[in-house]
Design a protein around this ligand. Structure first.
Ligand SMILES: Nc1ncnc2c1ncn2[C@@H]1O[C@H](COP(=O)(O)OP(=O)(O)OP(=O)(O)O)[C@@H](O)[C@H]1O
Length: 264
């Protein structure tokens, strides 16, 4: 036992400190997942129910306790069903972080970074100039950067493309006369995977009322997966980004450049 110090009669070990830090971190992540979401209200409701159940048990109020027992005994299953998107997002967050660390580590060992970096720079430039040009022409666009994630099950498949990421292709897809312009483009594993995809729409009541379906769809996918979505407004030409369930609007070219590199 690695003993640290005493608080009154309580000996504190290094594992206790670690325990508190981990629980604090997990609670912060849960708060971040649920913040501004209708699920937060449900979470508070569940917590209240649990506190009432505990109190009723302590006070030995048998009848009420028997009724509440029925809820609490199936509570875990109910919570998993209600919070399915949040649980999924949390697990994706954990998996994605470790996968990213692992691929960075492997990349360094194999020293194959040089070639991929040049290709990545070209793809980022294509994305940036396509977004800027579409913004100037007020062409509506929605591009999801999914890293190495597979969004099957979250996104209705759209039209599979598996194409190189180029500026003319992106502009052609979102051209108003193109049959593919409705919906989102998904970019993952350095390829333009699919177009015309339908994303889950966010129900966050805190989004500005001016955010229509395109912006809500962008926020919706980032609530469910660890991805970022770039939006060009057809109405105003403004460029926005959705990430971690939040919308940031009116990006200038410099901000666009750094956010693209951050989330690519
Ligand atoms: N669930 C969805 N998934 C992907 N794309 C969607 C979804 N819902 C709407 N869209 C896209 O958004 C377009 C409609 O955008 P709408 O005008 O409602 O949104 P907006 O956020 O106000 O955007 P804009 O500022 O461009 O007008 C549709 O034509 C379609 O291409």
């Amino acid at each position: 036992m690695i003993y640290l110090f005493d608080i009154g009669f309580l000996p504190v070990r290094i594992w206790d400190v670690l325990d508190i830090i981990i629980v604090g971190y997990l609670m912060y992540q849960i708060y971040k997942l649920l913040r501004g979401n209708i699920a937060f209200n449900i979470f508070v409701g569940v917590l209240t129910l649990y506190v009432v159940w505990w109190l009723v048990n302590q006070l030995e109020m048998d009848l009420l306790s028997a009724v509440l027992d029925q809820f609490v005994s199936v509570g875990v299953i109910i919570i998993i069903i209600i919070f399915q998107p949040e649980v999924r997002r949390f697990l994706l967050f954990l998996g994605n972080t470790t996968l990213r660390q692992r691929s960075n580590f492997l990349g360094r060992i194999l020293d194959r970074n040089l070639e991929s970096t040049e290709e990545k720079v070209r793809q980022l430039r294509a994305l940036r100039s396509a977004i800027v040009r579409m913004s100037k022409r007020k062409t509506g666009a929605l591009i999801v950067l999914a890293g190495n994630l597979d969004l099957d099950g979250l996104v209705s498949s759209g039209v599979a493309m598996d194409a190189d990421i180029t500026e003319p292709l992106l502009e052609s897809i979102f051209n108003k006369h193109s049959p593919l312009h409705d919906g989102a483009v998904i970019v993952s594993n350095g390829r333009l995977q699919s177009a015309s995809c339908v994303l889950p729409v966010s129900e966050n009541p805190n989004l500005p009322s001016s955010a229509g379906l395109r912006h809500r769809a962008a926020v919706g996918i980032t609530e469910r997966a660890n991805v970022a979505a770039f939006i060009v407004s057809e109405e105003t030409g403004q460029i926005s980004i959705a990430a971690e369930g939040e919308l940031r609007r009116k990006l200038d070219e410099q901000e666009l450049k750094s956010l693209l590199s951050e989330y690519y």
